[in-house]
Design a protein around this ligand. Structure first.
Ligand code: CTP
Length: 319
């Protein structure tokens, strides 16, 4: 598919090239940005050949019964039992069925958001997608608070909520979820072994506290389908990051997609340090081989799509 394939030089360009291309060029591109609706439609159509986000965004109750055994998506040798709690939290129908929006924000977690003043702009979108239960209240001016859809890798329980060791960790978690109201909480529970206890604890807390959040658990085929789409477009991604997954899903529901908080580089265009996450002290792991992600490659891909009017990437301040 020639339409979407990205120039080799763009993909091979080092981080330096992006920085060298200069803030002026990048900001100019932001100022003069215009949506290319026919390209948006074409991308949606092409992605639909690989996955239907309405369906693949979550498995539904009728897919399983309690006690069913499934194989982990990225570790087929290991298995998981569908517990009673998990089954009771599966949605009856896709939480995204028939939902369509004019403009959506997908908010990544880069420190580039700090001091951006983008909160109001982010909250002005019809539908706001966030990643990994990132905190918002303390950062509202820069990241906004509206959260219609929020992802949560099981590892978040350990990283941000002390593995639920203390009552106060559990309370903090329940408080965070209660703020979400009826938003979608998207938990990739079937990817790899390791987080099953965390998922069970999360499920138990949701049930015990009768939280209204609408849980969703991505289909077993989603990640392969997303990877397949990008591979076909010559973007060689080992394992798509949550942010890229969200953009890919959003193409089904949103006419105009605005990305914020995507900046997988330790420095900004002026050479100033940028935190990996806007809210914690996690380091840039993906520069090592230990990371499954290729975020700089993903970023370059999104940058090309921005320049073509398929999406809008904001990496500077919002005015
Ligand atoms: N992101 C980015 N630049 C950063 C940090 C994050 O572009 N410095 C984007 C990525 O697309 C990422 C998303 O924001 O997927 C959410 O961030 P994070 O919670 O760190 O994402 P994960 O994909 O869950 O990363 P990991 O699995 O390595 O924890």
């Amino acid at each position: 598919d020639g339409e979407l394939s990205l120039s080799r030089s763009m993909i091979n360009s080092s981080d330096k090239t992006i920085r060298k291309s200069g803030s002026s060029i990048f900001h100019h591109a932001v100022e003069g940005w215009k949506i290319n609706s026919s390209l948006v439609m074409e991308i949606r159509k092409n992605i639909l050949r690989f996955l239907d986000a309405e369906r693949d965004v979550s498995v539904v109750k009728s897919s399983f019964k309690p006690g069913d055994v499934i194989h982990y998506v990225l570790d087929r040798r290991r298995t998981l039992n569908i517990s009673q709690d998990l089954h009771s939290l599966l949605p009856e129908v896709s939480p995204m069925k028939n939902r369509r929006f004019k403009t959506c924000a997908v908010v990544g977690n880069s420190g580039i958001l700090l001091d951006s003043g983008c909160g109001k702009e982010i909250d002005s979108h019809d539908f706001v997608i966030r990643c990994n239960l990132a905190p918002v209240v303390e950062f509202a001016a820069d990241v906004g608070t509206k959260s219609d859809f929020i992802t949560m890798n099981p590892s978040v329980v350990q990283r941000a909520f002390g593995g639920f060791r203390n009552e106060s960790d559990r309370e903090k978690f329940v408080h965070r979820l209660s703020m979400l109201n009826e938003s979608v909480l998207w938990i990739p529970a079937f990817m790899v072994k390791g987080g099953e206890k965390h998922v069970e604890w999360v499920n138990a807390l949701i049930l015990k506290n009768k939280l209204k959040v609408r849980t969703a658990y991505p289909s077993l085929r989603l990640i392969h389908a997303v990877r397949g789409y990008w591979l076909t477009n010559k973007v060689h991604i080992k394992r798509p990051s949550t942010g890229l997954l969200m953009y890919t899903l959003a193409t089904r529901f949103c006419d105009e997609i605005h990305l914020y908080g995507f900046w997988p580089f330790p420095k900004d265009l002026h050479g100033k340090p940028v935190k990996y996450h806007y809210y914690d002290d996690l380091k840039y792991r993906y520069f090592s081989n230990a990371s499954p992600h290729r975020m700089p490659l993903e970023f370059k891909t999104l940058y090309v799509l921005h320049n073509r009017g398929a999406l809008k990437l904001t990496t500077g301040k919002c005015i």
